[in-house]
Design a protein around this ligand. Structure first.
Ligand SMILES: NC(=O)c1ccc[n+]([C@@H]2O[C@H](COP(=O)([O-])OP(=O)(O)OC[C@H]3O[C@@H](n4cnc5c(N)ncnc54)[C@H](O)[C@@H]3O)[C@@H](O)[C@H]2O)c1
Ligand SMILES: O=C(O)[C@H](O)COP(=O)(O)O
Length: 531
């Protein structure tokens, strides 16, 4: 199958080259209007964006064939990941392709701020000469506070330490080992704000980081601090910046990013302040970074489209395991079991427990996605897959409890779906024999062994002579052949469960004679056929 990918946002030409080498057709479009993009996108299996295109739920709704959105860069705040997940569309980014470039840009901003480089350049170019006004400060021996000690934060640290800066960091998720190896002291936010001569942010924009520095936090800042933001607009409250400077709390601000890009008129007014220097989101704009992210995203998306690997995916934790040969059989059996279980469940069942024992237990999370996929593909019109199965399950109010045990009493691996609430069949267990022989092995404590495939009749009956003959007779009369069967009973003459695999799909009319047989209860017809 050949795939077609739309390249937007001026992504580097290496992206085209890499896709072509993988046999995927890249199409570059520039300056599409919103309407044109909505029309155009319907044809593509993938799109590549940077930060300019906003991937909205509406755009995704128009993208009927879309399988993957690739971000040639880091930040995915322009992509509605939840909407993509709901539609089963993979979102991937290139987390480290532009790290060095952005770190270098940040260091450049720190130095530019210290030495008033942009302002003095402008002055000289306009025919002026003022050496006193642009007196600077050394960064040597000053304290640099890094908020967000991730990839870029760490690279900024290493570089600015070489300039003789003392680096401290606030990052509640960074490990002490990482900080130690970088020679950075991890401190609380208040301490960082109060002791830094320079502060640079390297976090995503989240509820916690939005407006992290504003007039409200002014009194916590070390007087005359310089602020740098090459992460995301809005981490420093833009409208408060002029006042922070004019009241002497802050000595200068360097911005590469803005809460809206290009900035609004109000923000353009703000950044006219002589002590605010700015660049138009250039952190990742180097030849090297653009080549790296373009090449990386093309390779990652090609791998994903060909289902070879899902490296870099942000909403496909589960899907990344699909290519793992050890997991594949468990995924298969889990999906088939989910499909069978939901067909055994009464309508409106929403309370489930999934139990995993043996080696499969370590893949419980993805196996739950697979069971849900099997269950929901019966009921959801849009394609359910491992990425979106949980979203659909949550939408439907499914309650799911997962339990794991490393050992099983009977089989090497056992997956059990429990249908909680009122149900004729409650606990259904399945396992894998060999590589691709998937079987039900137990229902409600009865040993039933039947392949999870094709068309299956399941019923409860009294364990008495003639029951099986009656069912097989009713089937034979309609020319329906039995492929295999399994019967489990608790003890002689008591209740039994029978599972019969038949050679064809059955209609309600064909089921009727069996339904009417004396002693047959809770008859279910389960179709696990592909179509
Ligand atoms: N200007 C540009 O062109 C450009 C280029 C690349 C990346 N970026 C942006 O830079 C930022 C950092 O990128 P990265 O690659 O280093 O990401 P990263 O994921 O490696 O690091 C982010 C760090 O922020 C920390 N963090 C999250 N929430 C925090 C909080 N509330 N307080 C303190 N720390 C917090 C995380 O623990 C993590 O260590 C992102 O916003 C990214 O979009 C901008
Ligand atoms: O998150 C990123 O990767 C940067 O902000 C770069 O964005 P860009 O690809 O639009 O330059």
């Amino acid at each position: 199958m050949s795939f077609k990918v739309l390249l937007l946002d001026n992504v580097d030409p290496l992206c085209e080259k890499a896709f072509k080498e993988r046999g995927i057709e890249p199409v570059r479009k520039t300056n599409l209007s919103g309407d044109e993009l909505h029309k155009e996108i319907a044809d593509y299996d993938g799109i590549v964006v940077r930060s300019a295109t906003t991937v909205t739920p509406e755009l995704l709704a128009s993208a009927k064939n879309l399988k993957v959105v690739g971000r040639a860069g880091v930040g995915v705040d322009n992509i509605d990941i939840d909407a993509a997940t709901t539609r089963g569309v993979l979102v991937m980014n290139t987390p480290d392709g532009n790290t060095i470039s952005t770190a270098e840009h940040t260091c450049g901003m720190i130095l530019a701020l210290s030495r008033n480089i942009p302002q003095s350049v402008e002055k000289v170019k306009s025919g002026g000469w003022d050496r006193k006004k642009y007196m600077g400060t050394e960064v040597h021996s000053k304290t640099l506070g890094i908020i967000g000690l991730g990839k870029i934060g760490a690279e900024v640290t290493k570089r600015m330490q070489q300039f003789g800066m003392n680096v401290i960091a606030y990052d509640p998720f960074a490990s002490r080992e990482k900080a130690e190896s970088l020679g950075v002291e991890l401190v609380e936010l208040e301490k960082l704000l109060g002791s830094s001569d320079y502060i640079t942010v390297h976090t995503p924009l989240t509820e916690k980081t939005k407006g992290l520095i504003s007039l409200e936090s002014a009194s916590k800042l070390k007087k005359g601090v310089r602020l740098v933001n090459c992460a995301r607009g809005g981490i420093y409250k833009e409208e408060d910046l002029p006042e922070l400077i004019d009241q002497g709390y802050v000595d200068g601000v360097a911005l590469d990013v803005y809460s809206q890009e290009p900035p609004t008129d109000e923000v353009y007014e703000i950044i006219k302040h002589p002590k605010i220097i700015c660049t138009p989101h250039l952190g990742a704009s180097t030849e090297e970074a653009q080549e790296k992210v373009a090449e990386q995203i093309a390779q990652q998306m090609s791998d994903a489209l060909e289902k070879k690997s899902f490296k870099g995916s942000l909403n496909g934790k589960s899907i990344s395991l699909i290519t793992n040969k050890e997991v594949q059989p468990y995924l298969e059996v889990a999906e088939k079991l989910g499909n069978l279980a939901i067909q055994l469940a009464p309508e409106h069942t929403s309370d489930f427990a999934f139990e995993y024992s043996g080696a499969c237990a370590k893949y419980a999370e993805v196996l739950t996605d697979s069971i849900l996929k099997g269950m929901l593909s019966q009921h959801v019109s849009e394609a359910v897959n491992l990425i979106n199965a949980r979203v659909y399950a949550e939408d439907r109010g499914f309650k799911i409890k997962e339990t794991m045990a490393s050992e099983t009493k009977t089989f090497n691996d056992l997956i059990t779906v429990k249908l909680n609430g009122k149900s004729d069949y409650k606990n259904i267990s399945a396992t894998v024999f060999g590589q691709d022989d998937y079987r039900i092995v137990e229902i409600d404590g009865y040993g039933i062994e039947l392949r999870l495939e094709g068309d299956i009749l399941m019923y409860q009956n009294l364990d008495k002579p003639g029951m099986l003959a009656a069912v097989s007779g009713a089937l034979a009369e309609q020319n329906i052949n039995i492929a295999s069967l399994s019967l489990g009973r608790s003890q002689k003459g008591s209740n039994a469960i029978t599972a019969v695999s038949v050679d064809k799909k059955m209609s309600d009319k064909e089921l009727e004679p069996i339904l009417n047989l004396d002693g047959v209860k809770s008859l279910r017809y389960i179709s696990l056929s592909e179509n």
